[in-house]
Design a protein around this ligand. Structure first.
Ligand SMILES: Nc1ncnc2c1ncn2[C@@H]1O[C@H](COP(=O)(O)OP(=O)(O)O)[C@@H](O)[C@H]1O
Ligand SMILES: [Mg+2]
Length: 252
């Protein structure tokens, strides 16, 4: 059995606005092993992005813990938080929006490298290498976000995430906005990174078929709770929860 790299323990998120409170995530636990892909599926509003945001500190955790390679990073700050961010990178649904429209893709991809003091020429070389690794050509470094397709932009976003050599990529609906064929190509890139480089993935999506093709394990989330958890084929062939049955039927 491979090592557990990321662990969520009884995560809970309550959003409050004024006097109103809303429980978006209720008692979610899971383990991600090195080199594996864990899928989180559920309809819109089920709490998927909130889980990703708690792991990456974009929202704080109401209750529970996030463990990265045995270290509790739930309330990490400063240097410890920056180190955790190097290990966990996120790829979002709208790649165009995640790049500054006034700067080239190369600038965006190389930003984190420049920030850690890499020279301009070394950064340029590294950015080109990252682009090639993600199925693009070095010349894409000179292009602006509006000069590439959605799929190319998502490849560039993956290249940017890989720049800091993470162990885990969290893909939050990273392919949902792409055409089916492009979606498949981007997923194949992710699978290649998983198989060749041992990267671990948290693949968040609402598409069970996609999870079946790419994930080793899946959590089915419904209204902030895990209603089913296991190997995708088994869950799809023998769903035990009513909600999962509905999800499965919507795929077939
Ligand atoms: N910042 C916030 N304040 C209040 N409610 C929020 C906030 N972010 C998300 N929610 C609510 O939490 C629930 C889960 O949202 P989200 O995690 O984005 O779902 P998903 O990614 O599965 O579509 C939704 O009902 C959403 O409206
Ligand atoms: Mg979401």
């Amino acid at each position: 059995m491979s090592e557990t790299i990321l662990k969520a323990e009884h995560l809970k998120k309550i959003f409050t606005s004024g006097k109103k409170t809303f429980m978006a995530v209720e008692d979610v636990s899971f383990e991600l092993k090195r080199g594996q892909c864990l899928g989180i599926v559920g309809e819109s509003g089920s709490g998927k992005s909130t889980i990703a945001k708690m792991i990456t500190h974009l929202v704080d955790v109401t209750e529970g813990n996030v463990m990265l390679m045995g270290r509790d990073i739930t309330n990490a700050k400063g240097k410890e938080l920056r180190r955790a961010y190097q290990d966990i990178q996120m790829v979002f649904q709208m790649p165009m929006e995640s790049f500054d429209p006034r700067r080239t893709l190369g600038d965006g991809i190389g930003e984190s490298l420049r920030n850690i003091g890499m020279s301009r020429s070394e950064t340029k070389r590294k950015v080109e290498e990252l682009l090639v690794r993600c199925g693009l050509t070095p010349e894409f470094a000179e292009r602006y976000p509006h000069q590439v397709s959605g799929g190319q932009c998502q490849r560039a976003a993956i290249a940017r995430a890989l720049a800091v050599k993470p162990s885990i990529l969290i893909c939050d609906e990273a392919t949902s906005a792409l055409d089916v064929t492009v979606q498949k190509q981007v997923l194949e890139l992710l699978l290649e990174l998983k198989e060749k480089e041992g990267l671990s993935f948290l693949l968040i999506c609402h598409d069970l078929a996609l999870v079946q093709a790419f994930c080793d394990e899946v959590l089915v989330l419904y209204q902030g709770k895990v209603v089913e958890q296991g190997i995708p084929d088994e869950i799809i062939n023998h769903p035990t929860e009513d909600y999962t049955k509905i999800l499965v039927e919507s795929v077939l």
